[in-house]
Ligand binder design. Sequence first.
Ligand code: SAH
Ligand code: SF4
Length: 475
Amino acid sequence: MAEPKKATSPVSLLQAERQAEYTELARTVLSLRFPENAPKAFVHTYGCQGNVADSERMKGMLAQMGYVFTNRREEADLVLFNTCAVREHAEARVFGNVGALKPIKAERRHMIIALCGCMMQQPHVSERIRKSYPYVNLVFGTFAIQRFPELIYAALTRSKRVFDLSEDNGALPEGLPVYRDSAFKAWLPIMYGCNNFCTYCVVPYVRGRERSRSADAVLAEAEEIIAGGAKEITLLGQNVNSYGKGSADGVDFPELLRRINDLPGDFKIRFMTSHPKDCSKKLLDTMAGCEKAARHLHLPVQSGSNRVLRAMNRGYTRESYLELIDYARQVMPDLSVTSDIIVGFPGETYEEFLETLSLVQTVKYTSLFTFIFSPRRGTKAEHMEDPVPYAEKSRWFSSLLKAQEEIAAARSASMLGKTYEVLVESETKEANGMVTGRTDGNINIDFPGEPGLIGSRVLVRVTEAKNWILTGARV
Ligand code: SAH
Ligand code: SF4
């Protein structure tokens, strides 16, 4: 585990100084309460990499307060759930896991239970926690992360429960320490929020308006990550293509990518998510010209039907999307493309679903993240007529998965006998002397290897392709 380090930035330094004082206060209280052993924190993150990056900042602050981390909630002195609101399923899991804490808290009365993230930013959720989960001590939303030390201090010292659900669309969590989960791959948020209001999506409501970090702040953090030895940096934002809109320094996303590419060091750059409506040829040309940009583009299409895309407010058509993919592959012939797809958007017909299926068969994605539409409170799609039963949507969903499996199997077969450079990520689940590496195009290959290889790049030749599972050997 990496030591917490500072993400420096000229923005919000006053806030950072104030929070540094609360960090010291919390540290003092904790050292008095836990004179023998350091207090333990269990931090669990739901949802996207944006949340993972937020959690790494909160862990940085917890480490400064004197907490150490545990994987066992039963022995924790602080439990923090960073939640996701994007689909109902994710929310149900959080409520289930908070419910499961009740008997633990009954045994460990001093334990602080804290909930944060996108779910908490929805008033109906925070109200439900207030009314039905009285043993939760601290609830805060996505805008309050930079006040985290102050909130923890309040939870430690006040008898009352603490709720901070304020909204601040100017908030940039800058000047915070970061406790990175991985020593070799790092998440680097470049912007927060979203202005797109896709009609199914809750993100703009819980994450606020788009705001970009300054190029200086991003580059300083990138340098710090590279100096720490990371082999891969993933730039994060809900729509990285609108990075820098309206910013004073005039740096747009392609320019930012180029500047990071020009930093010295042995590392690769990934980014997500790139919205098709704003993905420009300039970005694709820049990517093609940046030797450190991984040959992987996550370009979520959501649907292959123009009527559904309009109803989703996506701002592009099937044709313009396919044209973009063609151009991307023209300038980067070895490009791997992945996507997100929603099946069963309200009013989607079977014929419209078939248009999605045919688009998937045309593009031949490396992999897909597929979801059945989940109505979200407060979004436009929540009240759209939705006549197709869930069971029918599930059948469509299964046929999409099957089509993608066939595409992936054909792609796997075409990789047989070829050699790829991979970044070794972990032992395989079975831990049978095998490790897993990930190619530039974001494809996993398992091969016999020592755990000592984790975090390094090696060459692997594919020796077996079973469906979409690839096995190889080092060369
Ligand atoms: N900003 C990213 C997506 C963030 S949410 C983008 O625009 O591509 C991640 C994915 O969750 C989305 O791409 C979408 O496929 C899915 N998703 C979001 N809201 C959903 C909903 N209400 N029901 C089902 N899937 C949803
Ligand atoms: Fe949600 Fe659309 Fe914004 Fe992505 S671009 S976060 S799908 S509203």
